[in-house]
Design a protein around this ligand. Sequence first.
Ligand SMILES: [Fe+2]
Length: 412
Amino acid sequence: MVESPAVDRRGAIDMLDLAPYATPHRIRTIEREAAALRLSWSGGLVSRFSHLWLRDNCACPICRHPDTMERRFLFIDALDLERPASYAPLAASLGADGALELLWPSTKLDARPHRSRFDPAWLRYHAPEEQRRRREAERSASWDATIAGRLPRITYDEMMQTDEGLARWLEALLDPGVVLMTGAPARDGEVQRVAERVQPPRWTNFGVVFDVVSMPKPVNSAYTPIGLEPHSDLPYYRRPGDYQLLFCVVNEAEGGDSILVDGFRAAERLRDEDADAFALLARTSVAFRYQDETTDFRAAAPTIETGRDGEPCAIRINNWTRGTLDLDPEASDALYRALGCFWRITRDPALQLRLKLNPGEMVAFRNDRVLHGRTPFDPASGRRRLQGCYIDSDQVLSKLRVIARHRPSPAA
Ligand SMILES: [Fe+2]
């Protein structure tokens, strides 16, 4: 049992991790278990890290490449996994700067003993209890039509010119999954310039940027003036576009309000009203298809995808491109009924956020959560032109994490 001095520097020990991590807490004592170390922190938390995990996460230049920051320690060759005693630390102590210092026995690849130093803030960040707390804090609440009064908004200038503005836009995309941008120049192609703050838009069968206008020979229902049921886009891709940006260039026609529905809220309501229907939609894959002269895209997935916690984590619903249900008659009819229940819920005005987009405004939303649709419009009453594109969640998250390196972060 040892007591350490307080750590007053962040990142004093290079863990080859560019993410911000900070903690006001310090490790007070180290206790050894058979296969793990038990760290007691100031403030009361006790966290455990296995010997194997600690050995694998050594960030020294031998174990991790100092330039690429990638792991090069080969636990599979270096350690005898069947003999945990062979890789238990020979010594565990606290350095003068509060670091956890470990001395390891030789391995099958290196006859010399090995030293590791761990930044306590980094360890604290990875403590299972902290990871759990962070996951719970990130769990978002679903919303209904009342979100109109608190809809995240951002100006074009904030989004295009400041990292802080971009970060707020990205955070809103993650939760509540919808954000309105205002004040952009209402010009052709602007949606692509906005997307490129994050990434070049993803190519789909509609091209890089798609135009939503009524046209004489439509290839898709969006290109007609009819109303559109709440739906998700690109369901016939195994990986549909993660986020959709929908930019208004001109909107002089009567009607054509955008409708947005939190698919998670709709799914929760379905579960409350008809748990069997919810379970059926969560376990039955539905096929989708898009075909034209040169393409034939097909994919199948459940209408409501649930995570390990049983909560909805992705929604896929689109009547135009829904394929043929290749099921037994009883199974197909049960699915039709369940799908009908879910679909009807998405039509409830109490769940629908309605927006009349003005020129220079852009709504962006999470395509696998926020279903979108629109009211019909009268093309004879004026011009209406929206432009849209898709971006990927990997890039959204990456951008946000990079900006977070320079923002003050809440300490764990
Ligand atoms: Fe759509």
